[in-house]
Design a binder for this molecule. Structure first.
Ligand code: GDD
Ligand code: MN
Length: 373
């Protein structure tokens, strides 16, 4: 049993008492590992006091290092084979622990979530804003797990679920991290009523929300590395098209540059910004910049030539063959160009994945081929 704490002194006594009572009544002898981040309110000292009378162990960390990393630290320290994680503020009913643990020991599941969003569960008069944020956050995680309440901080799991899993200690949602990356075949949910915290303040603020969005993006990347990279690549490509157009227009209208040179300039500026964004966002690359940049430009130029070739092929060969003899400024030209852009985006994406950023995608391809074998 792991309880991360930051300024929870006034909740500890009741928490420990209720956990012990709930477990004893069901023949469980749980050890409570409290992971405290040097709380200014003296939670750590209070926990040490409790450790004298109860099966409590305290891990003291030097400062506020974050909720997920506290939980993972607790996993290393805990000795039980079934691990329960819960908040210290009594939002999570300790009385549900035996039911959750039972589902694991019976083999019904390897992870059990204390869920607010299944029949029988709920939240205690939350303000509209928090309800809304919670719902949006849950929606964002839809594609990652079927669990109805993947945001829950109340969960139980078999130790083997996290052994060797590449868990990332950032963010608030260690449960979601475990659901996405853990080794398990079955997950169950037990309804809980999420009570408002007894004492102290919530630590969930605006920056945690931003970090959550970043966390979710990373988890999607983990699940579908090629698709999420392609989507990022396409978003950047769209931004590049806008930059390209803006530079062309400014150069021509503002500085009277000959329009073809203005177009070349737009292409160069957009390719450069595309390179930078893809390097740091899509591929999170750490390799040397100059060679990579040249490779990226070469791919972009090939892409441009392919774009023109496809466009020419559609307009001059395919359309006449289909009996379409519109003039070239018509809607058909736009459609033809969209088709060309789509093909080129795929070409550019794979050329850059397999050549420009080869070193950064290599491990991904290895994993894929291992799975296929
Ligand atoms: N050690 C440590 N370090 N503990 C922390 C830290 C930290 O940096 N930040 C928070 N905690 C502890 C708190 O002391 C508490 O025991 C627990 O983590 C949850 O923190 P709260 O501040 O009570 O979070 P919350 O109520 O806003 O969020 C809870 O509910 C969410 C569902 O809406 C958490 O359980 C979330 O995980 C959950 O998603
Ligand atoms: Mn709370």
């Amino acid at each position: 049993m792991i309880v991360p704490t930051y300024n929870e002194r006034d909740n500890l006594d009741e928490l420990v008492r209720r956990v012990i009572d709930a477990c004893k009544g069901n023949g469980l002898d749980a050890e409570i590992v409290i992971v405290d981040d040097n709380s200014p309110d003296g939670t750590g000292a209070r926990a040490e006091e409790l450790a004298k009378d109860y099966p409590v162990r305290v891990v003291h960390r030097t400062g506020k290092l974050g909720l997920s990393s506290a939980v993972l630290e607790g996993v290393k320290t805990a000795r039980d084979s079934v691990i329960v994680v819960m908040d210290a503020d009594l939002s999570h009913p300790p009385e549900k622990i035996p039911e959750m643990v039972a589902k694991i020991t019976s083999g019904e599941a390897q992870i059990v979530i204390g869920s607010r969003y299944i029949p029988g569960g709920g939240v205690e008069n939350w303000p509209v804003r928090r309800r809304f944020v919670s719902k949006i956050a849950t929606l964002l995680a839809r594609g990652l797990t079927k669990v109805k309440d993947p945001m829950s901080g109340f969960l139980a799991f078999q130790r083997s679920v996290v052994d060797g899993a590449p868990l990332n200690p950032v963010g608030y949602k260690v449960g979601l991290e475990i659901l996405v990356k853990g080794n398990y075949s079955k997950v169950a949910e037990v309804p809980i009523h999420f009570a408002n915290r007894k004492a102290g303040k919530s630590k969930l603020g605006g920056t945690e929300v931003m970090k959550y969005v970043d966390h979710v993006i990373m988890l999607y990347e983990h699940r579908k590395p090629w698709l999420s990279r392609y989507l990022k690549f396409s978003v950047i490509g769209g931004i590049g098209a806008l930059i390209n157009t803006a530079v062309l227009w400014i150069a021509k209208e503002g500085f009277s540059v000959y329009y073809l040179w203005a177009a070349v300039l737009g292409f160069c500026v957009a390719s450069t910004s595309n390179y930078i964004l893809n390097r740091y966002w899509t591929f999170r690359s750490k390799s040397g910049i100059p060679g990579q940049y040249v490779q990226f430009l070469l791919v972009s130029i090939c892409g441009l030539l392919i774009n023109l070739a496809i466009l020419k092929g559609i307009v001059e060969d395919a359309m006449p063959a289909l009996g379409i003899h519109e003039d070239k400024a018509s809607i058909y030209l736009v459609v033809a160009n969209l088709i060309a852009i789509f093909v080129v985006s795929i070409f550019n994406f794979f050329a850059n994945s397999l050549w420009t950023f080869e070193a950064d995608t290599r491990h991904m391809r290895k994993r894929r081929s291992r799975r296929d074998r």
